[in-house]
Design a protein around this ligand. Structure first.
Ligand code: ATP
Length: 439
C-alpha cells in the first residue's frame, strides 16, 4: 500500500469545508478576505491544541497565566513601538489597483497580477494596526487599537502578577488570545490572516541569562511540537540574522507547509526593551528588587515564545492529512492521522443497524463515554462508509455494536490508522480507549 502526504493547500481547504473544520467568514455574503470561521470540528481541534499549550505552560511552578483585554490604553502602542514601527512598505499598482508588499516583489518587473509595466506607486509605509473608536464621539482622542500581539497585555501586567503571586525571577506569564493585523498580503488559508490567535509566554529573567533561557525554551518548545505528533523532518529552527529593534537573539520554529517552509513560532530574546519603555511612558517603577543579591534593582530581561494557534493548527492538519492507495480504488481513503488526544472526536459509536435493541446498547455506551470524551453517534449508511467518514475527520476509534454484542456484551473497536479490529467487552471500552490512545 502506498500513501501520500498533503500535496497542495487547495485539497486541505476543500476537506476542511466539506468536513466541518473551517468555513470562510461570512460565506453567504461572498466571504470576507482572509477571515475564517472555525466549524464544529475545527473549534474542537483548536481548543485541544490550546489546552495542551496552556497545560504545558501553566502546569509549571514558575509560570502563571492571564487573560488581558484586547483593547488597551493607546499609549501602550506608543511605548511598544507599534505606532511608529509596525509598518510594512507597500506599493499599489496604478493599473489594476492591486496592493503588494514592496519587500516581496520585484519593483522593476511588471505587475504580477495585470502585467502592466512601470505601474507601481512609490513605496509607502502602511501601519498594520486596526484602529477603532472608544465611546460615542469619533474624535482622535478616543482612537484605540485592536492589539496586534498579545505580548503587551503581559508586559503591562508584569508588576501585578509579580507582586500578587509573590514571584521571584525567573518566572513567566502565559496568555492565549486574539490578535489583529491588517496584513497587506494575507493568504495560504489560515497561515496569514487578519484576525488570529496567539499563544505567548514571556519569561522574565536576570540580564545576562538570556542565552541560557533561549536554549532552555528552544528545547521545551521543540519538544511540544513533537509531542503534538508533528514529524521532526518537517520542523526546523531558523536563526534570525537580521534582528528586530528590540531583540538581541531570535529563532523561529518553521514547519514545511504545503506552500513551503514558514514560521510557526518565534522565540525571541527581547532584552529589557518593553518594560523599560513602559516604565518611561507610564512613569511607573517597573524595576525588580533582587532580594537574593543585595536588593539590587534592575529591569528584567524577557525571553518570549510566541506561537500562532491557527498556524499551529494548520501544521497539525497538514501533517495529519494522508491519502492511502491500497491498490484497490474502492478502498482508497483520506485519513487525518491526528494524535488521538488532539482529535476533535475521540470515538464514534456505530450501531450496525437501526434496531432498538442495538441502539439501546449503543446509546448506553455513548452516554458513558460522553462524560469524558467528545463522541459521534452515527446510524446512517453502510458501516464501511461510516468508517471512512470517521477516518476523514481523524477519529481514532470506531465502536461498532452488532448482534453479537447483545450476547457477549462486547463491541468491535476499529482502529483508524491500522484498520485493525478488536473485540472489547463493554465495561472495558473506556479504560481501553484511555490506555491504547492515551486520551
Ligand atoms: P510573519 O513574518 O509570518 O508575518 P511575524 O514574524 O510578524 O510573522 P510574530 O510577530 O513573531 O510574527 O508573531 C508570532 C506568531 O504569531 C507567528 O510565529 C505566527 O505563528 C503568528 N502570526 C503572526 N502573524 C500572523 C497572521 N497574520 N496570521 C496568523 N498567524 C500569525
Amino acid at each position: 500500500m502506498s500513501e501520500q502526504n498533503l500535496q497542495n493547500m487547495a485539497d486541505l481547504v476543500a476537506h476542511c469545508k466539506q468536513r466541518g473544520f473551517i468555513f470562510q467568514s461570512s460565506e453567504i455574503y461572498g466571504g470576507l478576505g482572509s477571515c475564517w470561521d472555525m466549524g464544529p470540528l475545527g473549534v474542537e481541534l483548536k481548543n485541544n491544541i490550546k489546552n495542551t499549550w496552556w497545560k504545558s505552560m501553566t502546569n509549571r511552578t514558575d509560570v502563571d497565566g492571564i487573560d488581558a483585554a484586547i483593547l488597551m490604553h493607546p499609549t501602550v502602542w506608543k511605548a511598544s513601538g507599534h505606532i511608529d514601527n509596525f509598518t510594512d512598505p507597500m506599493v499599489d499598482c496604478k493599473s489594476c489597483k492591486g496592493r503588494f508588499r514592496a519587500d516581496q516583489i520585484d519593483l522593476t518587473a511588471p505587475c504580477p497580477t495585470c502585467k502592466a509595466k512601470d505601474s507601481f506607486t512609490e513605496p509607502r509605509n502602511f501601519n498594520l494596526m486596526f484602529s477603532t473608536h472608544m465611546g460615542p464621539v469619533q474624535e482622535s482622542a478616543a482612537v484605540v487599537y485592536l492589539r496586534p500581539e498579545t505580548a503587551q497585555g503581559i508586559f503591562v501586567n508584569f508588576l501585578n502578577v509579580q507582586t500578587t503571586m509573590r514571584r521571584k525571577l525567573p518566572f513567566g506569564i502565559a496568555q492565549i488570545g486574539k490578535a489583529f493585523r491588517n496584513e497587506i498580503t494575507p493568504g495560504n488559508f489560515i497561515f496569514r490572516t487578519r484576525e488570529f490567535e496567539q499563544m505567548e509566554m514571556q519569561y522574565f529573567i536576570k540580564p545576562g541569562t538570556q542565552m541560557e533561557a533561549m536554549e532552555q525554551w528552544k528545547q521545551i518548545r521543540w519538544d511540544w511540537h513533537i509531542r503534538n505528533g508533528l514529524r521532526p523532518d518537517k520542523l526546523r529552527f531558523k536563526k534570525h540574522d537580521e534582528l528586530a529593534h528590540y531583540a538581541d537573539a531570535a529563532f523561529d520554529i518553521e514547519y514545511e507547509f504545503a506552500h513551503g517552509w514558514g514560521e510557526m513560532e518565534g522565540i525571541h530574546s527581547r532584552t529589557d526593551f518593553d518594560l523599560k519603555n513602559h516604565q518611561e511612558y507610564s512613569k511607573k517603577n517597573l524595576q525588580y528588587v533582587d532580594q537574593m543579591d543585595g536588593n539590587k534593582k534592575f529591569i528584567p530581561y524577557v525571553l518570549e515564545t510566541s506561537v500562532g494557534c491557527d498556524r499551529c493548527m494548520l501544521a497539525v492538519m497538514s501533517d495529519a492529512y494522508r491519502t492511502e492507495f491500497p491498490g484497490d480504488a474502492e478502498k482508497e481513503r483520506v485519513v487525518m492521522r491526528f494524535k488521538p488526544s488532539l482529535a476533535p472526536i475521540k470515538a464514534a459509536v456505530l450501531p450496525l443497524m437501526k434496531k432498538p435493541d442495538l441502539e439501546g446498547v449503543a446509546e448506553k455506551l455513548l452516554a458513558d463515554l460522553q462524560i469524558d470524551y467528545k463522541c459521534e453517534y452515527d446510524t446512517a449508511g453502510s458501516i464501511g462508509k461510516r468508517y471512512r467518514r470517521q477516518d476523514e475527520i481523524g477519529t481514532p476509534a470506531c465502536l461498532t455494536v452488532d448482534f453479537d454484542s447483545l450476547v457477549d456484551q462486547a463491541v468491535t473497536i476499529r482502529h483508524r490508522d491500522t484498520m485493525v479490529q478488536e473485540r472489547v467487552s463493554l465495561d472495558k471500552v473506556k479504560s481501553y480507549l484511555k490506555d491504547k490512545f492515551d486520551l
